[in-house]
Structure formats: C-alpha cells, structure tokens
Design a protein around this ligand. Structure first.
Ligand code: MCA
Ligand code: AMP
Length: 474
C-alpha cells in the first residue's frame, strides 16, 4: 500500500496537533475534516490541476491540503502577483482556479469555522500514486516568462523525509515561520513538512521579529526564515533573545551573511542551520542538527542526494574547499520538468542526468558545501525571491519612454540584492517616469519583482559584440 504523503495529518494519534495561520487555529482533526470536504468537491468536479491565490491564510492551507488528499496538482499564484503574471500562470498551467469564484470566496470561505464546529469524522480517501504531480510552481529563469516547475509527490515526500532526518524534526516540534505560501520554502517545507511529520505549525502572518518572538513564547521549537528576516531579527535584540527557547533555527533561500549568523549566535545562543535548494530540486544540501554549523556553510547533501562541482568542461573539481565550479545535483528530490517546455527541461540536465543548478560552489574535504554565488548575473535574489532580470527588462521595454534598459541586482544590507533598473530614456525623462516604470512591473509581474530604484543613463556599457556589460553597472 502506498504511504500517505500527509501521513502525520492522517495519523489518528496526532488528531489534537495544532495548525495556526495568522489568527485562525485548527486541530489536525478539524483541518482534515475541512480539507476532506474540499477534496470531495474537487473529485466531484473531476479537477486534475487547480490554481490557488496563495494568500497567507487558513483557506489557502485547507485548499492545498484538500487538493493533496484528492490527488489534484496545485499551482499557487503569488499573493502579490499583478494581473499580467497571474494571467500567465493561469494560461500556461491550464489550471482551474480554485475556488472557482473570486480569491478566498466559494468553497473554502468560512471552512475553518465550519470545520471547528463540525462533528463529522473525516474518512480516508484512497492514497494517490507517488508518481502523480503534487505542485506546479512558477519560477524565474534568466530569460523569458516564469516557467512551471513540476514536482511529484514522490519528490516532495523524499525531500521532507530527508529534512526530518537532517534536522531531527519530529512530531514533537512546532514549526514557526511567516513565509509566503507560494514557494517551496513556505509551502512545501513550511506547511506540508509538519503535516507529513506530524508536528505543529504556527504561521505568524507577517514575518516580523516580534511575531517570531511571540511564537517562541507560545512554545514553537523550530523556526524557518530567509536571511532578510533573520537580519531584521538581529536588529531587534529583545525579540531575538526570545528565540533562546527554540530547538533549531534554519535559514535558506539565499546566502546568510556571516554577521547575521554571528549576531544570532550571540543573541539567541543558536548557530543557525543553513541549507541550500532550488524550486527544481527541493532542498539538496543542509547543515545537520547533529553536524558542524559554520557561517557561510550550507552543509552536506541530504539523504539520497548526490552532488558534484564541475569546471567549464564538466570535469569534477577537487573537494578542497577552494576550487570553484558549477554545483550539480541528482537524487529523488528533483523535479519532473518544466511544464510544456521539453527543450528547457533537457537543457537543465547534463547528458549523464545531473541537474545544472547554475550556482557556483565549493566542496571541502569534509564534504561541507559553500555557495559562492550564481554563474549568471541575470538571476537576482532579493529578500529570498528569485527574479529574472530578463522578464523585468521585457516589461520595461514595453514602455514607450524606454529606449534601452538593463536590470541588475545590487548588494543590499536588508534584501541581499536590490533590483535596480538602469534605463536609457527615449527622450527627456519626465519626473514621474521612475514611478511609472515601477508600477508597470508591479502590474505586469508582481510587487516583489519591482525595481527599488531606477537610474537614468545616456548609454549602457557594451562590449565589442554589443552585449551589455552588467558587471560594469553594479
Ligand atoms: C511597495 N508595495 C507596493 C509597491 N511598493 N505595492 C504596490 N505597488 C508598489 N509599487 C507594498 C507591498 O505590497 C507590501 O504591502 C509592502 O509595500 C512591503 O513590500 P516589500 O518591501 O516588498 O516587503 P518586505 O517587508 O521588504 O519583504 C521582505 C520579506 C519578503 C518579508 C523578507 O521579501 C519575503 O517574504 N521573502 C520570502 C521569499 C521566499 O519565501 N522565498 C522562497 C523562494 P503590504 O504591506 O500591504 O503587504 S526560494 C525556495 O523556495 C527555495 C527552494 C529555497 O531554497 O528555499
Ligand atoms: P528558488 O528557485 O527561488 O528556489 O531559488 C533557488 C536559488 O536560491 C538557488 O539557485 C540559489 O542561488 C539560491 N539559494 C537558496 N538557498 C541558498 C543558500 N543557503 N545560500 C545561497 N544561495 C541560496
């Protein structure tokens, strides 16, 4: 018999475990009742792939869990997506919008309250094949529109079990975080993780230092955050000190600056476990709870995953902690391909089946990995979000006042990288042009992809081939 993907949620001995999202709390039993009703409705409508407006609410959790129970693939739409990006995700995925009415309306509206009052026992739906799809997550590449990354139930299960092993994550843990519910970090690890492992979940709403402190006071044991959130925690020592009671702090999605690692050690008494992953691969490398924790080190491959670092010719470089190359990975956590894009999928793998991460790394003699940066300047990490320079440039070039432009990631103390648009205007730039361009990106793409700054220049630096030299702009 196939093991249930959400085995913790279905474990009757865990019926009293609590899931809290912002101000709504449900027991596992109540969540299961509610999500089962959603699953039944999805089955009645014969849905196979649904798109959800992934706001940080209990309704989102109920819809996602319902879909997982029903074996329906989930396409989360970023909560801050503009109409353009939302339309792209809906068209490209061909998913049915769930609920079919407006965001947060329809079948899940009030479901949390109804479930809390309901005495109806949830029954078990037949478990779905591990080969079936669990998610299609949209993520940016260096060029073009975001691509749909297909993740199977098998990959999700393998990825979560590997993290449970790495972090000694058990049903006794209560995970707290305030991450968005439309990416691997917040949704797959941050929601499905507890529901597979059987522990509690406390989504704090906005990821402020005081909200993390409140979760610690309420008994949370494990905390997930991106470096921007950790850096803000360090800036509020009183909140940071509340995390002393935690069992484990974890950082991921972007490089954790050394001063933030050290600040957290001083204030919380914890050395953060940093881990590394991608939407396409889930988390492949992690610092183990029982392993060596070092600033700047993302740990060792998780159970079942293999890694290698190769030079430009594809030959492995020595594991000496200094030789650099592209990190490549293989294992059970990898995606099934980009939706409808066989050529892009093929290009992402080597001939011998390793996934090319595009990240530059080094492996030390003890097997610990360090991520040094990205091979391409066209993928920007801002606040832990992955953003393609190309998609922003395409939007800006659609404005009649823009003759040329280059989008770059500039180092930023808060966000890691800050998106800057360098623009050659078609004529004299009016005062309001910068705001107009930012708003255009918000409307076409999403709020988190907006340039934080627009710089007007007379010309872009180019090489003899005419290619823009972005490194000269940063
Ligand atoms: C600002 N706002 C605007 C505009 N400018 N709204 C409309 N138009 C504008 N021009 C509003 C925003 O909507 C928001 O409104 C408010 O201003 C603040 O926005 P922002 O500055 O962007 O937020 P922030 O507080 O700076 O966000 C920092 C953050 C966030 C919380 C750290 O970046 C974040 O949640 N990052 C997590 C990313 C993540 O989860 N990545 C995982 C992917 P309002 O106040 O109303 O909301 S990586 C992954 O999954 C892999 C596998 C991995 O390794 O984990
Ligand atoms: P995404 O597809 O949004 O999941 O972004 C994946 C990218 O995030 C990776 O290719 C890395 O560039 C970056 N990333 C994730 N975790 C880390 C980390 N711990 N250190 C440095 N970069 C990271």
């Amino acid at each position: 018999m196939t093991e249930p993907l959400l085995r913790g949620l279905l474990d009757p001995t865990r019926a009293d475990a609590l899931v809290q999202v912002a101000d709504t709390t449900l027991s596992y039993a109540a969540l299961l009742t509610s999500a089962t009703a959603v699953a039944e409705a999805m089955a009645r409508e014969s849905l196979s792939r649904i798109a959800i407006d992934a706001t940080p609410t209990m309704d989102t959790v109920i819809s996602v869990v319902g879909a997982i129970l029903a074996g329906v693939e989930v396409v989360p739409i970023p909560a801050d997506a503009g109409p353009g990006e939302r339309a792209h995700i809906l068209n490209d995925s061909g998913a049915d919008l769930w609920p079919a009415t407006a965001p947060n309306g329809g079948a899940t509206e009030g479901a949390a309250e109804r479930a809390a009052e309901s005495g109806r026992a949830a029954y078990r739906l037949p478990e779905v094949s591990p080969d079936a799809g669990a998610f299609v997550l949209y993520t940016s590449g260096t060029t073009g529109l975001p691509k749909g990354v297909r993740l199977s139930r098998r990959a999700v299960a393998a990825g979560l079990d590997a993290l449970a092993d790495a972090w000694a994550w058990t049903a006794d843990d209560v995970l707290a975080h305030g991450l968005p519910l439309f990416h691997v970090h917040g949704l797959v690890l941050g929601v499905l993780g507890p529901l597979r492992i059987g522990g509690g979940l406390r989504h704090v709403g906005r990821p402020t230092p005081s909200a993390y402190a409140a979760a610690a006071h309420a008994g949370a044991t494990m905390f997930f955050a991106v470096p921007t959130i950790w850096s803000r925690v360090v800036a509020e020592p009183e909140s940071a000190r509340a995390l002393r009671s935690a069992r484990l702090l974890v950082s991921g999605s972007a490089a954790l600056p050394v001063p933030v690692f050290e600040g957290l050690r001083e204030l919380t008494g914890h050395e953060v476990c940093e881990r590394y992953g991608m939407t396409e691969t889930l988390i492949t490398v992690a610092t183990r709870a029982d392993g060596v924790r070092r600033a700047g080190c993302v740990g060792v491959p998780v159970a079942g995953v293999k890694t290698r670092v190769v030079d430009d010719d594809g030959a492995p470089v020595p594991a000496d902690g200094t030789s650099l190359g592209e990190l490549q990975v293989c294992g059970p956590t990898l995606f099934d391909g980009y939706l409808g894009l066989p050529e892009a999928t093929a290009a992402a793998f080597t001939a011998d089946g390793w996934f090319r991460t595009g990240d530059v790394a080094t492996i030390a003699a003890d097997g610990t990995h360090r991520i040094v940066g990205r091979a391409s300047v066209d993928l920007i990490k801002s606040g832990g979000y992955r953003i393609g320079a190309g998609e922003i440039e395409s939007v800006l070039l659609g404005h009649p006042a823009v003759a040329e432009c280059a989008v770059i990631g500039v180092p930023d103390d808060d966000l890691g990288q800050r998106i800057v648009a360098v623009v050659v205007p078609a004529g004299p730039a009016p005062d309001e042009l910068a705001t107009e361009l930012i708003d255009l990106v918000v409307a076409q793409l999403s709020v988190h992809k907006r340039p934080r700054e627009v710089r007007f220049v007379a010309a872009l630096p180019r090489n003899e081939m005419g290619k823009v030299q972005k490194t000269r702009l940063t």
